[in-house]
Design a protein around this ligand. Structure first.
Ligand code: AMP
Ligand code: MN
Ligand code: MN
Ligand code: MN
Length: 301
């Protein structure tokens, strides 16, 4: 089974705690999982402890919000050192913008006749960052929309009353923070941005120039056709391929853990050259490697 390299917990806008998320992943047969909460590393310590207890491999990650060409792009960082100072300073800036934005969304909804939305969303977030998903859940609870998707469509996207334009990291900043923390950068769910062919080429070109590693080819919001299309784009730009469910919790039953389709043929998986303990079992050598003589072992370390 492919590793699942894109998931969320209650540290951002997921509904399972890091422990519950990893328990569910283990029960579904996932061997290697990345926790990639939006703009925060807050869930990683708990996830690390749960992974150790469950015998699961955790790849420490985060999904960084980026403003590129006037739109919001998500970049997943994988294999991050959670105590790196540059990364933590960068994320602190993104979280400060998030805090301001959440209050601003609240003010705008208030002017639109929806009172106390910020307080309500903050309550639903339960002490962690407040994202648009928390506003979406609140408005559904209040009966103002049928589904979270409808809240986004009618209240939270461009041209709607609760929309606040993003002012996130530049692509260059996000990639420099990820690199500083020893991680690899992945363009998340590229089919979601609705980019023209020209803009997509520009994005992937700049991303690679700046040291980006991979494109999320298989993911929860990609169709099978999307996966084939982006497998080709990854190859054309000499980028690796990643796979992740973008799981947010059991409320989306059509998208569960452990159900990711394999990468299309011809992809270079981002995990192919990871240390053996980070690779899924099927990708590990089946026969035990010949033990090296002691001298060779120390000199190659
Ligand atoms: P934020 O980073 O706070 O702006 O929120 C982005 C998150 O909102 C995404 O990661 C999704 O979890 C969620 N989201 C974005 N668009 C939609 C949509 N159309 N329907 C449901 N959830 C969405
Ligand atoms: Mn989300
Ligand atoms: Mn995303
Ligand atoms: Mn995500």
């Amino acid at each position: 089974m492919s590793p699942d390299l894109h998931t969320h917990s209650t540290a951002s806008d997921g509904t399972l705690t890091p422990t519950a998320l990893l328990e569910r992943a283990a029960a579904a047969g996932v061997e290697v999982i990345a926790l990639t909460d939006h703009d925060t590393l807050e869930g990683l310590a708990e996830a690390g402890a749960a992974a150790a207890a469950l015998g699961l491999t955790l790849v420490p990650g985060a999904e960084l919000s980026v403003t590129w060409g006037g739109r919001t792009i998500h970049v997943v960082g994988l294999g991050l050192d959670p105590i790196n100072a540059d990364l933590n300073a960068g994320l602190a800036r993104l979280l400060a913008f998030r805090d301001w934005r959440a209050e601003e969304i609240g003010r705008r909804l208030d002017r639109h006749g929806i009172p106390d939305a910020f307080a309500g969303a903050r309550r639903l977030a339960g002490g962690t960052l407040v994202g648009r998903t928390h506003f979406a859940r609140l408005l559904v609870q209040r009966g103002l929309a049928e589904s979270e998707r409808d809240v986004f469509k009618h209240f939270l996207v461009q041209g709607k009353p609760g929309h606040v334009p993003g002012d996130w990291a530049t692509l260059e900043e996000a990639l420099s923070w990820i690199r500083a923390a020893g991680g690899q950068a992945v363009i998340a769910h590229p089919a979601r941005y609705g980019l023209t062919a020209t803009k997509l080429r520009r994005l992937l070109g700049e991303f690679r120039e700046l040291g980006g590693s991979a494109v999320e080819v298989v993911c929860g919001s990609h169709s099978k056709d999307d996966a084939f299309v982006f497998a080709r784009h990854a190859r054309d730009h000499r980028l690796l391929a990643s796979a992740g469910s973008d799981y947010h919790g059991p409320e989306c039953p059509w998208l569960d853990l452990g159900r990711l389709p394999p990468l299309p043929p011809g992809c270079a998986p981002i995990w192919a050259d990871w240390p053996e303990e980070r690779r899924p079992r099927a990708d590990k050598p089946t026969a035990a490697p010949m033990p090296l003589p002691r001298a060779a072992r120390t000199s190659s370390a």
